[in-house]
Design a protein around this ligand. Structure first.
Ligand code: NAD
Length: 745
């Protein structure tokens, strides 16, 4: 696990190389093994200096997240466990011998923190290596000294993006910032580390500040903050509380609150930790960090985020839903029908993944327009240095724009993205099917039309599937795969292979109106519109949505997806469902907006007004006349107002969560994880909840049911819970409780 070797010159090398792990991680076993090696190196008088190295392609990927996910809930135990880690790093940092980190590849989280406790850091030239502290993205903070050593090394301003945004650096960037001292060719890394240790210091020995009676030690073995007279960089006189500090921290706090609408505990804890810690000696500062770290670890936000955004996402990307036994499909050539907004995007990401793409539209000009979109996009990337000119030309060269269906011959997959109209879709399906090989997969990118019905236009419904992309295709990470009644397991497996090939995250759902994502997004928008009708001011609805963690308010979202489209969907649903249609209570508002030509952003007007030039939008002032705000709903003070806002937040999130649970009960979703990954990656459901199902666990199933029952009485049937939840509440079950424990076992 950890190899320990001392050479004839008295240089010890401690090499991390964990068996059964593709990457080194910090867990109980590896930390214990490392502690043993460290003690040997410190105690052995023959050892003059130590190299910390890795036997794997990357250095250390960070803490074992399974360990964090299943951490005990007793704060005293956690304090002890994580203080021990701090003491361990501190022990070699203040051990009197120089340590060099030989960073051969990725060093993230605890993997970077162990390097920061070393006195010298050399990174290998490795384009794949990432250096950083990603903890904040999972609701945590660096708990191995990162919040203390990084700002002490490079100053608070430079540390901010690393700690608060989890920004990852290349070795060269890390050197420019001063996080590593040198970058050398990979094959010279260990030799250079040894050379540094063998070169005596030009400085006289230093009496460090870490112990009152300590003798002077080799200057190379004393970190800047352990030297007498050390001052935190960036603050005159090192005064963190001085005028510059006040400006930095007040401004910084305001910025993080504005950015995440105050909802995430981790950035706030990081700011507090840095501010308090920088005013204290290192050992006390590390205790402060451990306290904040433990408080975050005990907060359900971190566990929910780790579970969904790390494990859930990893499972989805590794194709956990792929039926076993189907040979992997290697894709070479695909077809896209409809070179519009979505079709061009799909062609773009496919060509970028190395596939030949035939892009078809009604005529040559329409097909060319789609290709021109791709051209503009790759040229933009080439202009910004993200793609070489040759690569950009290669990508574009893979796309053939044509109205001729014969060009589809030899395609392994065809994705249809023509108008959202059954007849048009049936027509292009037939034309494509006439040239396709019997084993080819046919997919529809419809956002609402049930797949089983669309598959009727195909002579091979078992090869027909839904591949629902999100706009803009280039940016949005999710693809919702929809199984029609007759779709075969083989087609499911092959569709998953395609999604993996284009580096998107798949979830698999069963056919139903609106599938999973469109249906739940519809719930969110509808609840916003119902609130507007009730007399809650639009601004309050939109801001409460942001406070709840949604990326955009429900009214702004409806403007984005188009209000006339909402009306078309309402009409289509009425037609399809006949007597069974249950009005959502939004019909009248949507109709009135459409009648006034307020179609949304594309029309420059919807619930918001969009100025013709420049950016920025503002709520349409007439909304207040159409839906006069009711003072009792909007204009309380203090706690009354807070309670009103909290209620709006709850309504907006719970209406989605309860319908996601219905999707599980109805079999639209086959497991909670797809609901969580799909809701966050597909439509930005408040990530700090861990997703629409995780939210229910966070609240507690029984409490969630109790709250929904009360809301159903007050606001309507959209909050009626499915039997599944009621049964779970009665039995005291949760969605993930059992699963987390199984992982720990
Ligand atoms: P769009 O209007 O931008 O593009 C549709 C394209 O299909 C046009 O270029 C049109 O010329 C072409 N087309 C129409 N009839 C055709 C025919 N008979 N033969 C060949 N080409 C034909 O629409 P879009 O926004 O790209 O949507 C396409 C599909 O994707 C729809 O089913 C839509 O519901 C779905 N979708 C859209 C979004 C979105 O946000 N826009 C998101 C997910 C799914």
């Amino acid at each position: 696990m950890i190899n320990y070797n001392v050479d004839g010159d008295g240089i010890a090398t401690i090499t991390w190389n964990m068996p059964d792990h593709s990457m080194n991680v910090l867990n109980e076993k590896s930390i214990t093994a490392f502690a043993d090696a460290m003690q040997k190196a410190l105690k052995d008088d023959k050892v003059k200096g130590v190299i910390l190295a890795s036997g794997k392609e990357s250095f250390i990927a960070g803490a074992d997240l399974n360990m964090l996910l299943n951490a005990p809930s007793d704060p005293a135990i956690l304090m002890q466990q994580f203080s021990e880690l701090q003491r361990l790093f501190r022990a070699f940092e203040t051990g009197g011998k120089p340590w060099v980190a030989a960073i051969n590849g990725t060093a993230l989280g605890g993997g970077l923190e162990i390097c920061l406790a070393c006195h010298y850091r050399i990174a290998a030239e490795n384009p794949k290596a990432k250096i950083g502290q990603p903890e904040v993205k999972l609701g945590l903070l660096p708990g191995g000294g990162g919040t203390q050593r990084i700002p002490r090394l490079i100053g608070v301003m430079a540390a901010a993006p690393i700690l608060l945004e989890g920004k990852e650096l290349s070795p060269a960037d890390a050197k420019n910032l001063g996080l590593v001292h040198e970058v050398v060719p990979a094959d010279k890394l260990l030799a250079r580390a040894k050379e540094w240790l063998m070169t005596p210091s030009k400085e006289a020995p230093i009496k460090p500040t870490w112990g009152k009676t300590a003798n002077a030690v080799d200057a190379r073995a004393v970190q800047p903050w352990d030297r007498p007279g050390y001052k935190v960089p960036g603050f005159p006189g090192g005064q963190v509380w001085g005028p510059v500090g006040v400006q930095t921290f007040i401004g910084g706090n305001a910025m993080i609150l504005a950015k995440n609408f105050a909802g995430y505990p981790a950035p706030k804890a990081i700011m507090a930790c840095v501010y308090e810690g920088l005013q204290l000696p290192m050992d006390t500062a590390l205790k402060v960090e451990t306290r904040y770290f433990v408080s975050l670890l005990l907060d359900p936000v971190a566990k929910s985020m780790i579970r969904t955004l790390f494990f859930g996402l990893q499972d989805a990307n590794k194709l956990a839903r792929r039926p076993k036994g189907v040979p992997k499909q290697e894709y070479k050539k695909i077809g896209v029908l409809g070179a519009g907004f979505m079709g061009a995007g799909i062609a773009n990401v496919s060509a970028r993944a190395g596939l030949q793409v035939v892009l078809i539209d009604r005529d040559q000009a329409a097909a060319d327009k789609g290709k021109a979109h791709v051209q503009a996009d790759v040229e933009k990337d080439a202009g910004r240095g993200r793609l070489t000119k040759e690569k950009a030309a290669e990508i574009l060269g893979r796309i053939t724009a044509t109205p001729d269906y014969a060009a589809l011959k030899g395609c392994d997959l065809v994705i249809e993205a023509v108008f959202e109209n059954r007849e048009v879709k049936a027509d292009v399906t037939k034309k494509a099917e006439a040239v396709l090989a019997p084993e080819a997969v046919f997919a529809s990118n419809t956002s609402t039309l049930p797949i089983t019905g669309l598959a009727e236009a195909s002579p091979r419904p078992e090869n027909f599937i839904g591949l629902h992309f999100f706009s803009p295709v280039e940016k949005m990470p999710l693809v919702e795969i929809i199984m029609g009644k007759k779709t075969s397991q083989q087609t499911q497996a092959r569709a998953l292979d395609f999604v993996q090939k284009i580096r998107k995250t798949p979830i698999v759902v069963n056919d139903s109106r609106g599938f999973f994502t469109s249906r739940v997004v519809g719930d969110y928008i509808s609840e916003g519109i119902r609130m507007l009708k009730e007399g809650i001011p639009a601004a309050m609805i939109e801001n409460a949505a942001r406070l709840a963690g949604m990326p955009v308010g429900p009214l702004a979202l409806n403007d984005e997806v188009a209000i006339d489209l909402s009306w078309k969907i309402i009409e289509q649903t009425k037609k399809d469902m006949g007597d069974k249609y249950r009005p959502s209570g939004t019909e009248e508002v949507v109709k009135s907006m459409v009648d006034q030509g307020r179609y949304g952003r594309k029309a420059g007007k919807g619930f918001y007004d969009y100025p013709a030039e420049g950016k920025g939008k503002s709520l349409w002032p007439e909304l207040a006349k159409m839906f006069p705000p009711k003072p009792e709903l909007a204009f309380g003070e203090g706690e009354v107002k807070n309670a009103a806002v909290e209620e709006i937040e709850r309504r907006l999130l719970y209406v989605q969560a309860v319908d996601t649970a219905r999707c599980l009960e109805e079999g639209v979703l086959t497991n909670p994880q797809d609901g969580d990954v799909g809701s966050i990656m597909g439509f930005g459901f408040s990530p700090r909840t861990g997703g629409a199902i995780s939210l229910i666990d966070q609240v507690g199933v029984a409490e969630f049911v109790r709250r929904c029952d009360a809301m159903a009485k007050k606001y309507g049937p959209q909050f009626e819970v499915p039997k599944l939840l009621r049964d779970m509440a009665a039995k005291g079950e949760s969605f993930y409780g059992a699963k987390d424990k199984a992982k720990a076992a």
